[in-house]
Design a protein around this ligand. Structure first.
Ligand code: FEO
Length: 216
């Protein structure tokens, strides 16, 4: 019995020693490893925040699309569902960039989408307002990357600047179409026609890997 107990004690000591050696070895590797992170802490945090903003935008489009679909306008809903996918692609574009630059991605909770709009007119207005807010966030990232002279991030942000201009224009076009058709007093016929117009947009967006400036 005595022999067995000392055998166990000796095994435990061996394990503890081995553990200490492994830890020392791992710490050594960490100390010797070259720092391959090419993003500053500030920019990595800002890009991670923007990633969540794009996911939030996707949720907003999803919620509006679902609401409009429930009102019976399948064409407008299809357009907004597709846009929800585009916003997700934007999120993936930033996520992949953070990884490519050797920094850490932090996936956090996505804020809830906005309240259900009171009308299609107000829905388009809310979309426009949201895009303007997002443009401001992108501009802030452009400025940060410029101040840090991080030209890779600055270059990525130019893609987003162009994209935001297109998205704001698109939202403005939707608002204009409704305004011409009567705004809040839009006729059913005009809404029917807009619904058919937007129905022609594709059902699914391209995946993040295929996204280009021409085909967001
Ligand atoms: Fe990705 Fe509409 O902002």
């Amino acid at each position: 019995m005595q022999d067995f107990t000392s055998h166990i004690d000796s095994r435990i000591c061996d394990d503890v020693r081995l553990n200490q050696v492994s830890k020392k070895f791992l710490n050594q590797i960490k100390t010797n490893a070259m720092n391959t992170n090419r993003l500053s802490k500030t920019l990595a945090a800002a890009l991670n925040a923007q990633l969540t903003k794009e996911a939030h935008a996707s949720q907003i489009y999803l919620s509006y699309a679902s609401w409009i679909s429930h009102q019976g306008f399948g064409g407008i809903a299809n357009f907004l569902f597709r846009h929800a996918e585009e916003e997700r692609n934007h999120m993936m574009k930033i996520l992949e960039y953070i990884i490519k630059r050797g920094a850490e991605v932090h996936i956090t909770a996505i804020p809830a989408p906005h309240d259900t709009p009171a009308s299609i007119n107000s829905c388009f207005e809310k979309i426009f307002e949201h895009e303007v807010e997002n443009t401001k966030a992108i501009y802030a990232l452009v400025k940060m990357s410029f101040d840090e002279e991080d030209w890779a991030t600055w270059d990525l942000m130019q893609w987003f600047v162009k994209e935001q201009t297109e998205e704001e224009t698109l939202a403005m076009t939707l608002m204009d179409k409704l305004k011409i058709a009567g705004g809040e007093k839009v006729s059913s016929m005009a809404l029917y026609s807009l619904d058919r117009d937007l129905e022609k947009t594709p059902d699914s967006a391209t995946s993040a890997q295929d996204v280009t400036a021409e085909k967001p």
